[in-house]
Design a protein around this ligand. Structure first.
Ligand code: ADP
Ligand code: F6P
Length: 326
């Protein structure tokens, strides 16, 4: 029989994401309601290694559900990537009586949680990343807010692009994953959508598309380019030279990671945070909370990390068709 958990720690790690605060709040309040103590670990694994650990009570998470970012701060930590760093972190958890740990972050953060669980710290991961690139889940905290922020910004660029009859290349976040680009591409009615998972490096196809659209009277040409492809500024120069259409590049950048979370991000993050605590209370460890086919479920971290995710082929095909390519 698993030993009962007395103290639950919570940290946020990797890139921040709107809705992380809602998850922290849910972890703290659910744990307190289940009779556990709660410790907040500042700045992810970096803060854990430096023992930046605070006691949390019901008031610690008041007035945060509507706020972007993470009240616990976040970091990337090289030292924690080493076996020595991981052993030190596990010892620090034990020293502070942390026998259950909720890690809110992406795949990389889950790899860290997996290592800690193998060193005897019960861990549960909660998916937090604007990239939507965690294979085991259809929802990650922050994606909904980020994609809505990007969509609104792109609508604004489109207004000025149309007025000036320009081509606009708008670069959205996603170093390895094109979900923000794909969703904005569809939601903003972009003429071209460039995803790291699908891009064939064929600029001539884009140029031909612009020329065809100009001939049928299109006033603008919006290209959504994912960060993973990048080079938006030089692409703009080449496209302008080849088409004669004035072309500007806009990189949306970190604005996509900030701001007040949407209702969906707040609610799903709240349920996932609570679910993570209940897994720990039930004696489970080395798990990831997921939302799959309309249900909250959980996976063994090893199984979750072994899963592969790719852009849905049908969604991709329709995005191309709606952008006028058939
Ligand atoms: P994300 O969690 O958003 O994927 P990162 O990949 O940057 O973000 O990972 C966040 C942190 O998790 C890293 O800085 C590191 O401390 C830890 N981490 C990442 N990969 C591993 C790994 N393979 N083993 C142990 N810790 C890891
Ligand atoms: O993982 C979220 C994300 O915003 C990615 O889309 C992006 O590639 C990366 O983080 C950028 O991270 P940072 O600028 O914080 O190093």
């Amino acid at each position: 029989m698993a030993k009962e958990i007395n103290t639950i720690g919570v940290l946020t790690s990797g890139g921040d994401a709107p809705g992380m605060n809602a998850a922290i709040r849910a972890v703290v309040r659910t744990a307190l309601a289940r009779g556990k103590k709660v410790k907040g670990i500042m700045k992810g694994y970096h803060g854990l290694l430096r023992e930046e650990i605070i006691d949390m009570d019901i008031n610690s998470v008041s007035d945060i559900i509507q706020k972007g970012g993470t009240i616990l701060y976040t970091a990337r930590c090289m030292e924690f990537m080493t076996p020595e760093g991981q052993k030190k972190a596990a010892d620090i958890c034990k020293k502070h009586g942390i026998d259950g740990l909720v890690v809110i972050g992406g795949d990389g953060s889950f790899r860290g949680a997996q290592k800690l669980s193998h060193l005897g710290v019960n861990t549960v991961g909660v998916p937090g990343t604007i990239d939507l690139d965690i294979a085991c889940t259809d929802f990650t905290i922050g994606f909904d807010t980020a994609v809505n922020t990007a969509m609104e910004a792109i609508d604004k660029v489109r207004d000025t692009s149309t007025s000036h009859e320009r081509c606009s290349i708008i670069e959205v976040m996603g170093r390895h994953a094109g979900y923000i680009a794909l969703w904005c591409g569809i939601a903003n009615g972009a003429e071209d959508i460039l995803l790291p998972e699908r891009y064939d490096n064929n600029e001539q196809k884009i140029i031909n598309h612009i020329i065809t659209n100009r001939k049928r009277g299109k006033k603008h040409h919006i290209i959504i380019n994912a960060e993973g492809i990048g080079h938006s500024a030089s692409m703009a120069k080449r496209i302008e030279a080849a088409t004669g259409m004035e072309t500007r590049a806009t990189i949306l950048g970190h604005m996509q990671r900030g701001g007040s979370p949407t209702c969906k991000d707040r609610v799903y993050a709240s349920i996932m945070g609570a679910y993570a605590v209940d897994l720990l209370c039930a004696g489970k460890s080395n798990r990831v909370v997921a939302y799959k086919h309309g249900e909250y479920i959980d996976y063994e971290i090893d199984e979750a990390l072994a899963m592969k995710k790719d852009i849905d082929e049908y969604q991709f095909e329709i995005s191309q068709l709606l952008s006028g390519k058939w």
